[in-house]
Design a protein around this ligand. Structure first.
Ligand code: AHR
Length: 516
């Protein structure tokens, strides 16, 4: 049996035959037929004013005892630079729809204090604002995604923020930026017009939001050539009404429609499941939940293909990741959670899904970068630790701006539990910007290793070299005292008897370059 694209294996897993089990899973990559570019912005990050995501996690201020570059933690900046973060979304999230951008510019000691009503009810002193955000993205070598306030702001405020960021004239707004220490305009790659309009952004109907989008976007102007991609706030899960209504009714510039989906082990917001100490039932249910991303993208793409056959509108998953119960003893509104090998597998499976839909999915942001939800990095005052999710972003860097390659899986394996079935192995292949052929493999099964045979049409391939992330425990994680529990190991395999076989351990993520 052959499968086009591994993720279609979910359904086929059910017809998996005992005879096929005797043969290895075999992956055949077609190197002669490159598909769409995997936009590097698929590897974007999200940093909201939430818990210790920005304050302490990124920004400590110049006078801090924690080593910093002009107020930004040196350890965090250096770690993020290593994974080539392409894009950072800021300031929210729900926070964005209450944010007054002028609070966050000008002398820090004169910035007003507000209450962050969404996240913990804590005081927000606005020490991190527009100038700090753009300095951060410059330090990271990333690009900026600014999310405007549609929920409680007005079109003038939003328009003036964009003018403040990008303007080159002598207008009062641009002069204000100059007075605040920045002469040159910044470049903004994406600009979001509101967030979760169906929820914290105002509990709107899509029709009402579409009208508001047209209204606000009319006034969003930049100098010629500095236009960001404008993002409309879209839907969630299987509800495609947002994608449908927005793609039919938005008349102003709209480059993409956003979509949010969080992976909850139980699928229930009241009791989501724990970040660590879970059993195989929640390992499975988490992966089963996260695999729904594929269905959601397919459903929305179907609507877009009908309303926008020329593919002008992108589908941006600008919030995704795991969301667990708050840790005992921590402020629940801070959304701090541990991050395990399970999170690494979740991230890799989602990347493989995004690659497969690279024709529409041009940008995504994991929630969130530091100390919040499925983070790359956790900090505790001066201490810092890299999570298993960070290591997956590191492994997958080679896919940034690569050309997706079609692949087929023969003899697929399935991973079953409680009457449900998942593909046992998820895979993705691409031709990297460096011209090399890359393959990623994820073994979803926590107890069964796989031997994977690899063929490439159109290229002689005799060896695989790369890195592998695994552990003996499903909830293996890194702590401040044991920061290297989960980390990548080098991997190499060479052809033997005319066959290239990769040994994929149970619960693992592998990325290899295939060559001679
Ligand atoms: O990422 C946390 C929150 O989740 C965001 O603020 C919001 O957009 C979503 O509901």
């Amino acid at each position: 049996m052959k499968l086009k694209h591994c993720l279609a294996a979910a359904a086929i897993g059910l017809s998996f035959s005992a005879a096929a089990a005797e043969e290895n899973l075999r992956i055949t990559i077609d190197a002669t037929n490159p598909g769409p570019t995997i936009d590097r912005d698929i590897y974007g990050q999200f940093a909201e004013h939430l818990g210790r995501g920005i304050y302490e996690g990124i920004w400590v201020g110049k006078d801090s005892d924690i080593e910093n570059i002009n107020g930004f933690r040196t350890d965090v900046v250096e770690a993020l630079r290593k994974i080539n973060v392409p894009l950072v979304r800021w300031p929210g999230g729900c926070f964005a729809d209450e944010y007054r951008w002028r609070d966050g510019v000008g002398p820090r000691d004169q910035r007003p204090v507000r209450v962050n009503t969404h996240w913990g009810g804590v005081e927000e002193d606005n020490a991190f604002g527009t100038h700090e955000f753009f300095e951060l993205v410059e330090l990271l070598g990333a690009r900026a995604y600014v999310n405007g306030n549609l929920g409680t702001g007005n079109p003038r405020e939003m328009a003036e923020w964009l003018e403040y960021i990008t303007g080159t004239s002598n207008s009062a707004v641009v002069e204000e930026r100059r007075k605040n220490g920045r002469d040159k305009p910044w470049s903004v790659a994406y600009f979001g017009v509101g967030n979760e309009a169906w929820g914290c952004g105002g509990h709107m109907r899509p029709e009402y939001y579409a009208d508001l989008y047209n209204h606000f976007a009319t006034f969003l102007k930049t100098p010629r050539g500095s236009e960001p991609k404008f993002v409309a706030s879209g839907g969630h899960t299987t509800d495609t009404s947002w994608t449908d209504t927005l793609s039919k009714n938005i008349q102003r510039q709209m480059d993409g429609i956003s979509f949010h989906f969080y992976t909850l082990p139980t699928g229930e917001w009241d009791d989501k499941g724990a970040a660590i100490g879970f059993g195989e039932d929640q390992w499975f249910s988490t992966l089963w939940q996260t695999m729904r991303m594929d269905e959601f993208i397919r459903l929305n793409k179907k609507v877009l293909d009908k309303n926008d056959p020329e593919k002008k509108i992108g589908f941006y998953v600008d919030e995704w990741g795991t969301w667990y119960n708050p840790e005992e003893g921590r402020e629940p509104g801070f959304l701090y959670q541990q991050n395990t090998l399970r999170d690494a597998v979740v991230a890799a499976v989602n990347f493989n899904i995004f690659h497969q839909h690279a024709d529409r999915v041009h940008m995504t942001n994991i929630a969130q970068m530091v100390n919040v939800l499925q983070a790359m990095i956790l900090t505790d005052k001066e201490k810092m630790v890299l999570t298993p999710t960070y290591h997956v972003y590191d492994l997958y860097q080679v896919f940034q701006d690569a050309s997706a390659l079609p692949l087929e899986i023969s003899n697929p394996v399935s991973y079953r539990k409680g009457g449900k079935s998942l593909p046992g192995v998820s895979a993705s292949a691409a031709k990297g910007k460096d011209g090399k052929l890359y393959l990623s493999l994820v073994n979803l099964d926590p107890s069964k290793a796989q031997t994977v045979s690899v063929d490439v049409n159109g290229l002689e391939v005799t060896e695989a070299t790369g890195r592998l992330l695994t552990s003996s425990r499903m909830d293996a994680h890194n702590t401040f005292s044991s920061p290297k529990n989960v980390g990548p190991a080098n991997y190499h395999a060479a052809e033997s008897a005319g066959e290239l076989q990769l040994q994929l351990p149970a619960k693992s993520v592998m990325v290899v370059a295939l060559g001679q």
